[in-house]
Design a binder for this molecule. Structure first.
Ligand code: GAF
Length: 398
């Protein structure tokens, strides 16, 4: 049991006066490379991080669900049969429950309708769910997918739904899209469900075929540094949806179902057919897909030390073509590289959040100091900097 397991279990006891029937957890993620490619049916290469969200859950016999969290003042309680009136949240509206509660309640709603779920989900018992987490919120490290993964794993067991990990990832994504109202892809949920120690997940977001790629970071004497800029972002508002719409526009102009079907060789024709902004959005996605494929090949053939240039090119493409970086992210990347990082890039949806740097293990302090100094020189809020290693996906802890 971890400290976060203990926090969720203590909250459950405070809420119910009892011990939970079980404790489930799911991790956040770092994306090594492949940004904004998931909803374009493309390729991504994320890995699960050691930070986890924990759900301590027990059944109750009145067909009501109560959710409580260490980061909310009050629990939220609804009747199971009311879920279908609460969700889906109409496009552009706020959820009918506090946003944090829309994640676990949205999972319960989506799981009851999931394709392939056993009929027992319809008669499933009421639940008390107590949530604790050490995944930083709003840092681009998928705290949302971690809540969804922990809750979906618990409900899958307690309601005997019989869903596999990919189906549970789909449940989480549906909750995020339709209950919370964030138009995200499926990368984060798949990373949180499928993570394994020492491996990244090479995911084809069209087929959902997932292959583990050993990253060998520690063996190569390297480390991955996360630099959380503390610029908060949210994907239910603004820029994320606009980028997604630009990608759909670009695919329509090219006459293909999604940008996955556009290759680097098609880019000159794309440049002739569309306006400059749409073209640059398309060029990011098309070249980023190729960079994921190249990174997987280089990792397998040459090892982690050889992927630095691909990470740097990915960041430049997000900064210049997709325009989802912010000055704090650029500063973190530039300062890390100047201090000797092998590669660095922002990770996640952008508009804030975190960047990662691939560095020598013995350079952790040097790079940390350099990034802190660069933030201080620009009068930015001090970043939070820590190392991560690829870790296990969702599981039952107790
Ligand atoms: C966010 C989304 F949730 C993912 O689906 C993905 O699109 C990512 O941004 C960008 O790669 O994390």
């Amino acid at each position: 049991m971890t400290a976060t397991d203990d926090a969720a279990t203590a909250l459950f006891a405070e809420l119910t006066g009892q011990a939970p029937a079980g404790v489930w957890s799911a991790p956040g993620r770092v994306n090594l490379i492949g940004e904004h490619t998931d909803y374009n049916d493309g390729f991504v290469l994320p890995f699960a991080i050691p930070h986890r969200t924990v759900a301590a859950v027990g059944t109750r016999d009145d067909r009501r669900i109560r959710v409580a969290s260490t980061f909310a003042d009050e629990p939220v309680e609804v009747a199971i049969d009311e879920l279908a009136q609460l969700f889906p949240t109409p496009t552009g509206s706020a959820p009918a429950v506090p946003e944090w509660a829309a994640y676990p309640l949205g999972v319960a709603w989506a799981l009851r309708q999931a394709e392939g779920a056993a009929d027992s989900v319809i008669t499933g018992s009421g639940l008390d769910i107590a949530i604790a987490s050490d995944v930083p919120v709003g840092a681009g490290l998928s705290s949302s997918a971690a809540i969804e993964g922990a809750t979906a794993s618990a409900l899958n067991d307690l309601w005997d739904a019989g869903l596999d990990r990919t189906a549970l990832a789909r449940v989480g994504r549906r909750a995020e899209n339709e209950a919370v109202g964030a138009p995200t892809g499926i990368m984060d949920q798949m990373a949180s469900m499928l993570g394994e120690p020492d491996a990244a997940i090479f995911l084809d977001c069209r087929s959902l075929d997932a292959n583990l790629v050993p990253v060998g970071i520690a063996e190569a004497g390297l480390a991955i540094l996360v630099m959380d800029t503390r610029v908060k972002h949210a994907h239910s508002t603004g820029g994320y949806g606009e980028r997604r719409a630009a990608c759909e526009r670009g695919a329509a102009i090219m006459g293909v179902p999604s940008l996955r079907d556009v290759s680097v060789d098609d880019l000159p024709r794309a440049a002739e057919l569309m306006d400059d902004v749409t073209f640059r959005r398309v060029r990011h996605v098309v070249t980023e897909n190729q960079r994921v494929l190249d990174t997987v090949r280089v990792l397998r053939e040459e090892g982690a030390r050889a992927i630095g240039d691909l990470l740097v090119a990915s960041h430049a493409s997000m900064r210049d073509d997709f325009e989802i970086s912010v000055p704090e992210l650029d500063t973190a990347v530039e300062a890390a590289l100047a201090a000797g990082a092998i590669g660095a890039r922002m990770t996640g949806g952008g508009f804030g959040g975190a960047a990662i740097a691939l560095i020598e293990q013995d350079a952790v302090q040097q790079v940390t100091d350099a990034v802190n100094a660069a933030f201080a020189a620009s009068a930015f809020t001090a970043p939070v900097i820590f190392t991560v290693t690829p870790s296990a996906g969702a599981h039952r802890d107790a």
